[in-house]
Design a protein around this ligand. Structure first.
Ligand code: ASP
Ligand code: MG
Length: 413
């Protein structure tokens, strides 16, 4: 049994969906679980609907609707029942936004944004059927059981494994939604942005899959993001440990939560291109030697560097530090880099102003706080001097931090 995951970019238009069907025919898919994300940028569009709804602006579904109906018209005859199914899903959103919100933003978000994945999987499933690829559409909310941490739900592993065993077998093609789950009280949840990779890993784990393949519009994991570097190279093979490091430092190709379940069962993870399916892509395996061995560059933009010192210039002592950490946790800010000196402690985080502004004002109650924003964090794994020169080149570096394998720079743009 294999697990395939197709992201939003792979199903962004009718041609993409046709390509998936051709790819499955070529691969001779037989014993397969397929996870699909929302079409193209649907999740962003639905986020906007939720925000407008929650802010009491008039939410508008027209763009999402046009986008989906245009694809349907290219793929299906007007009389196909998929038109009704898609219509019903839009009606669900319309109902959800009819009355003023009664619950938290995160709850409303999950009820509405999750429909993106229901739409895409209904469409892909119907199209595969039409092309002769028999498949069973599974509602992920019947298998992925979570707690009620809306927008970032935690998996209830026992229940999830039981449900997957009940509903998915080794025989045939099963197709389900990434990113979404359900509480035991039957409320829809989501697993965090880009969570579809994680869904694929959960299925791989529960099904003891041979391999999980993430199909992307790039050739695999590259040693740098082509938006910032023009001489990127493909990583052919790496270990789970290395993949976790790269994902942790912000490499965008796979969601960091994806790796743990696969590592636990030693299921290989392949990242390859749906445009060049004959190419091997990148394979991530337990203890695999990194091939080729070379520096990897990870760029994170829109960073804020917050420097915290005690009002009386005393040392930043342990109890200060534990309190400071608890505030970062309280506002859900993951620390990308930190450094301390005798009198101050500096932390670099993503500048999400919804979180950083209240954090800074709370920090100011007890400490002296200074910050710089609009910064970039560059991490180089397996650095050498040439790699450093490439990045540093006339930039004004605010912080540099180095360990044996990794060097990080925070610089202003
Ligand atoms: N559709 C969701 C998102 O865009 C989940 C995913 O694509 O993995 O974040
Ligand atoms: Mg996506």
């Amino acid at each position: 049994m294999k697990v395939y995951k197709f992201g939003g970019a792979s199903v962004k238009d009718a041609e993409g969906i046709r390509n998936i069907s051709q790819l499955l025919l070529n691969e001779g898919a037989e014993s397969l679980a397929i996870v699909v994300s929302a079409i193209g940028k649907t999740t962003n569009m639905l986020e906007k609907v939720v925000n407008d709804y929650y802010d009491r602006n008039t939410p508008n579904l027209d763009d999402v609707k046009h986008y989906h109906y245009a694809i349907l018209e290219e793929l299906f005859d007007k009389s196909h029942s998929i038109f009704d199914e898609v219509n019903n899903l839009f009606v669900e959103i319309e109902w959800a936004i009819e009355d003023a919100p009664t619950s938290t933003y995160a709850y409303e978000y999950d009820q509405i944004v999750s429909v993106g994945e229901l739409l895409s999987t209904k469409i892909v499933s119907a199209f595969l059927e039409q092309e002769g690829i028999a498949n069973k559409w599974i509602d992920a909310r019947d298998i992925i059981r979570t707690d009620n941490t809306y927008r970032n739900a935690r998996i209830e592993w026992e229940l999830t494994q039981q449900q997957i065993a009940k509903l998915i077998s080794n025989n045939g093609v099963f197709l389900t939604q990434g990113f979404i789950g359900c509480t035991t009280e039957n409320f829809t949840t989501t697993l965090g942005r880009e969570g579809s990779d994680f869904t694929a890993a959960i299925l791989g784990f529960a099904l003891d899959a041979e391999e999980v393949t993430i199909w992307k519009d790039v050739d695999g994991m590259l040693n740098a993001d082509p938006r910032y570097f023009n001489d990127t190279k493909l990583l052919h093979q790496l270990s789970f440990a290395e993949a976790i490091e790269l994902a942790y430092f912000g490499a965008k190709v796979i969601h960091p939560k994806t790796i743990q379940p696969l590592k636990e069962k030693n299921i290989s993870l392949r990242v390859k291109s749906f445009l060049n399916p004959k190419e091997e892509g990148t394979v991530i395996l337990e203890d695999a030697e990194m091939k080729p061995f070379m520096p990897s560059f990870i760029i994170k933009e829109n960073q804020i560097l917050i420097s915290i010192s005690a009002n009386d210039l005393s040392f930043i002592v342990e109890d200060h530090l534990s309190y400071i950490f608890s505030l970062f946790a309280k506002y859900g800010l993951a620390i990308n880099m930190m450094q301390n000196s005798a009198v101050s402690f500096s932390v670099c985080v993503d500048n999400d102003s919804q979180k950083t502004l209240p954090l800074i004002s709370e920090l100011k109650e007890g400490f002296k706080v200074q910050y710089n924003d609009q910064l970039t964090l560059c991490t180089i794994r397996h650095y050498d001097q040439a790699a450093i020169d490439k990045v540093v080149d006339e930039k004004s570096i605010l912080v540099e931090q180095k360990s044996r394998q990794t060097i990080q720079f925070v610089f202003s743009n």
